[in-house]
Design a protein around this ligand. Structure first.
Ligand code: 5AD
Ligand code: SF4
Length: 452
């Protein structure tokens, strides 16, 4: 495009699903900015709407089609003058189906092709009917992203690994995101330094299998996640590091000890276990037993006694009996989670478990109810245990109400403090005075009070 062709265009991005999609949405806006696109907050104002979708469970997919229905009405109201793109995992998995069910969609782009968006938009302008790009190119998409990203803020997300080779029986990720690939070390470090220069104090490294990271380092070396975290922790001005999501089988001793030795690595780990039954873990193709998870938890707590654990669970995977489910409940009760996500098994087309005998919906419902009640109790217990602690909080924004500021604890809890001025980007000691279901309330403690 000739720079003189540039006119101001308005882009609205709707993001469904995981942090990886949030990151990708921001990068798509970065790719389109040089073409004159600025982001707006509603589809009503936009010339182009990107819907970045999630395919992980059936409900997520249904949401895509119901949201598309609303966009169709809006497009009609604008006399067709609005481009609609569907990106993300539904685009990858259901490309053709989208254009059949929603023929008003102009573009369908899979997660491996975002760097080609400018070219695809130009094609869509020329063409009648939708343009689809859901190829898995041989080259890595990381290499093509622009290095002029808009600042994300005090807490920034950095994608370092994509895709998955583990093929859990229930999961679409290996099909929608493709083979596991790690971004080269130099590119990760450059982006992290830029984020810190733009004001990031906390960086969360993202990947579907982030602890399987094995990026190309200097002189033909291969770096593990632990090595990468060590190097990132040397960046001056960067105060906190996190990583998500991990698989138990890649949780090696080196990484466990990093939670003791790397002072910037936060005492919080999201480690999905899915089930506490060895039979179901095997049916899920998780390739470890429940006791292996227990051993990892013991090692982590030895290395870093204040570590808080989070996990994902699925109830009602094909073959799950009441006894299997009770094994999950037992694992949950023994472990103690600060936070957890739990789901009813949702058959995904093309995945191995979808073809097996299914558990009745009402059985899944009652198991989910029982599990979530226990997880809720554990979360409340964890939050309540922080009351009375004096702990560092990274302030990220103003609070919702006048005279309040908001931040995050070491363990990812939102923390709200009464304070007249903004402290965004600063870390201060806070005495926690009250716990709510999803946040903590505290008071700022001065250095003098701490010394006293
Ligand atoms: N049904 C229900 N939950 C699923 N997850 C992944 N696939 C499915 C499915 N088919 C859950 C897993 C995973 C989380 C991101 O979503 O618990 O860790
Ligand atoms: Fe899906 Fe995670 Fe299993 Fe990979 S390891 S297949 S992303 S659940």
């Amino acid at each position: 495009m000739n720079p003189t062709d540039r006119k101001l265009r308005k882009l609205h991005v709707v993001t469904h699903g995981c942090q990886m999609n949030v990151y990708d949405s921001a990068r798509m806006a970065d790719v389109l900015r040089p073409l004159g696109y600025t982001t707006v907050n509603s589809p009503e104002e936009a010339d182009m709407v990107i819907m970045n979708t999630c395919h992980i469970r059936e409900r997520a997919e249904e949401k895509v089609f119901s949201n598309l229905g609303r966009l169709r009405v809006l497009k009609e109201e604008k006399g067709g003058e609005m481009m609609i793109a569907v990106t993300g995992c539904v685009a990858q998995a259901e490309g053709e189906l989208i254009t059949q069910r929603a023929p008003f969609v102009d573009l369908v782009v899979g997660p491996q092709a975002y760097h080609r968006l400018p070219e695809l938009i130009a094609q869509a302008h020329r063409k009648q009917g939708a343009v689809i790009d859901t190829e898995f190119p041989a080259e890595q998409k990381f290499d093509h992203l622009p290095d002029t990203a808009a600042p994300q803020g005090v807490v920034s997300f950095l994608s370092i690994q994509e895709g998955c080779d583990k093929f859990c029986s229930f999961c679409v990720v290996p099909y929608t995101r493709g083979a596991e690939a790690s971004r080269p070390v130099a590119s990760v470090l450059a982006e992290a330094r830029r984020m810190v220069a733009q004001g990031a104090k906390e960086i969360a490294l993202l990947g579907q299998n982030v602890n399987a990271y094995h990026g190309e380092g200097p002189a033909g070396s291969t770096w593990s996640l632990t090595r990468l975290l060590a190097e990132l922790s040397e960046i001056e001005g960067l105060e906190r590091l996190r990583y998500t999501t991990s698989h138990p089988n890649d949780m090696d001793d080196e990484l466990i000890l990093a939670h003791r030795d790397n002072a910037k690595l936060m005492p919080f780990l999201h480690l999905p276990v899915q089930s506490g039954s060895d039979k179901i873990l095997q049916a899920m193709n998780r390739k470890h037993k429940a006791d292996a998870f227990r051993r990892i938890v013991d090692k982590l707590r030895n290395a870093r006694p204040d570590i808080a654990l989070s996990s994902d669970f699925i109830v009602g995977h094909p073959g799950e009996t009441e006894a299997d489910f009770q094994d999950t409940m037992k694992l949950v009760r023994e472990t103690g989670f600060a936070l957890a996500y739990s789901f009813k098994y949702s058959p995904r087309p093309g995945t191995p478990a979808a073809g097996l005998g299914q558990i009745p919906e009402d059985v899944k419902d009652s198991r989910l109810y029982e599990l979530q009640a226990e997880l809720r109790r554990q979360q409340d217990e964890f939050n309540a245990a922080t009351v009375g602690l004096t702990t560092p909080v990274l302030f990220t924004s103003k609070g919702r109400h006048e005279g309040q500021i908001a931040g995050r604890s070491l363990w990812l809890n939102p923390v709200v403090v009464e304070h007249p001025t903004e402290l965004t980007g600063e870390i201060h000691m806070v005495k926690i005075t009250r716990s709510n279901p999803n946040s903590l309330i505290g008071t700022l403690i001065s250095k003098e009070q701490i010394a006293a």
